[in-house]
Design a protein around this ligand. Structure first.
Ligand code: SF4
Ligand code: SF4
Length: 131
């Protein structure tokens, strides 16, 4: 799979990415650093599972190589990014921090389709499966 995020990683700085139970199971199986689950997940006050940061970067980011070390199995939220859901506004927006959003989302139609998937993902796999 081509990694179009190579040499970037702006979204891997101080990440707040939420993880579904499927994300956790997939990463646990394909975990190049053989990290214990408690070394890559923290529990938020609200009870959600979130990626841990180390020295300001996602624990899976190689800051020297500027590369996600679990790119092929990265969390679903990282795959949806730079499209993100804003719960206050009730719609999705392209995050301005990403320098190449048009590569991922070349048109509005695709953004709208993916936004529906993000909402379903959050409702079914993140919000209702918190531990
Ligand atoms: S899992 Fe990969 S893409 Fe997602 S925040 Fe961590 S390093 Fe970045
Ligand atoms: S999704 Fe955007 S911000 Fe994140 S690593 Fe890829 S190009 Fe950079």
């Amino acid at each position: 799979m081509k990694n179009i995020c190579k040499d970037c990683g702006k979204c891997c700085i101080e990440t707040e990415m939420l993880l579904s139970s499927k994300d956790i199971a997939r990463i646990k199986k394909n975990n190049p650093k053989h990290l214990k689950i408690t070394s890559f997940i923290r529990r938020t006050e609200e009870g959600f599972n979130q990626l841990i940061n180390v020295k300001g970067y996602c624990v899976f980011f190689d800051s020297a190589a500027k590369l996600c070390t679990i790119y092929d199995v990265r969390p679903q939220g990282c795959r949806f990014y730079p499209l993100i859901y804003d719960p206050d506004k009730g719609h999705c927006t392209l995050d301005q921090d990403c320098p190449r959003p048009e590569v991922f989302y070349p048109n509005k139609n695709y953004q709208m389709q993916t936004c529906k998937k993000i909402v379903r993902f959050l409702e079914n796999q993140v919000l209702f499966t918190k531990l």
